[in-house]
Design a protein around this ligand. Sequence first.
Ligand code: NAD
Length: 484
Amino acid sequence: MKFQPRASHFIDGEYVEDTNGAAIEVIYPATGEVIARLHSATPAIVEQALNSAKNAQAAWAALSGTERGRILRRASDIMRERNYDLSVLETHDTGKPIQETTVADATSGADALEYFGGLAASLTGEHIPLGGGDFVYTIREALGVCVGIGAWNYPTQIACWKGAPALACGNTMVFKPSETTPLSALKVAEILVEAGAPKGVYNVIQGYGDVGASLVSDPRVAKVSLTGSVPTGRKVYAAAADGMKHVTMELGGKSPMIVFDDADIENAVSGAILGNFYSSGQVCSNGTRVFVQKGIKEAFLKRLSERLAHAKIGDPMDEDVSFGPMVSENQMNIALGYIEKGKAEGARLVYGGERIERDGYFVQPTVFADVTDNMTIAREEIFGPVMSVLDFETEEEVMARANDTEFGLAAGVFTNDLTRAHRIVAGFEAGTCYINTYNLAPVEAPFGGSKMSGVGRENSKLAINHFSEMKTVYVSMNDVEAPY
Ligand code: NAD
């Protein structure tokens, strides 16, 4: 098998296998063909990975930030040099078109390694004068062993978004990719070692939820960063709380995108396409509730349908293809189930709505109009190519409806009225907002959600605070005064 890795896990700088672990079959979503067979981590593998990360941590933290950063930046360079091969692997792991993976996966992973590699040397504490010569200084310290747990939609990116800031701060990591897309994280581990990371600094073990759970509850672990669904987030957060561990939670969403009458219609349609159909709709921050003001509703739907007809659906390895399969049969069935619910609850199907008759797990880009707030497709995260278009009349009304969700990951507005745009964004209950654009996530900017969509932020300088803590040191230059 062309994509079969040397072994399932990467621990202490080497590939490691334990065939006693439950089988994991890696399936190419475009054909349904098995492209690799792996094993879930046994307790012995979990033990080996945590020991390796624990043993490596002190020496890694003792390097200067410059030295750690150099290794991360070297890894970033290697990732960019191998972008095409890594993209081919990512396309086979996820089904995403090569047109996407060559620009959004290894490249965004490399961005994270480069950015946090660059920051590593400047991570410091501060000096706080107390008067009379006394002072405090703070030391920014690593947390220790961090666990990263990934979702299946951006496997390389998630492995790097968690690994890069963790390592920059002097932590070590055990990363567990999603069982659906286990291949690319192994490459990240290999590349880090090639770039000079000492063994044990970044380990990858495979497994289902039970392996993730055993990592989260282990007392050697200081922090858990999860990308996944809200139900998993609840469990992981609770287990982490039991051990008083730090957490970052990047969870699901049902984000609103508001299009006012005065918006540039082509840009609004582009935003809606990016925010609903990129990666076949399998993006957490997608703006799947598209509120369109009544005046431009029909024009918006017409342009949207015209533009969707240009989506090139097919073999994701074909560079002209812009819309690929869903990640798995299971995820396809979930999306098809929601499409049926949309039809049954009375939404008007204006585009798509069917499985595509070919091998693999293809679902048409699907648009429902006349969706109302209480329909299932407007309330639950679908994580597939299904857009709901809802009508609105006034700004006040749409603001309240946009926020009427338990989620708070992202939100967007398209309008040419500058003051309204900022007013709307100020009112959004969401961590990541967009004005006249949608779904950007550059490493320089904080990314994350409010409400049920998450805790903490990834990327940007803020991520450093989620992977380090301050030690406060009081220094007296005077005699100690005691009452007796
Ligand atoms: P999921 O919640 O099913 O699984 C996520 C990961 O958690 C997997 O690796 C899984 O094995 C692991 N896991 C499951 N149960 C666990 C447990 N009890 N303890 C520890 N680990 C456990 O999510 P998914 O289906 O892989 O991904 C889709 C979800 O991820 C969607 O809800 C999507 O919105 C979300 N997502 C969020 C972001 C973000 O940055 N906010 C990005 C991508 C995906």
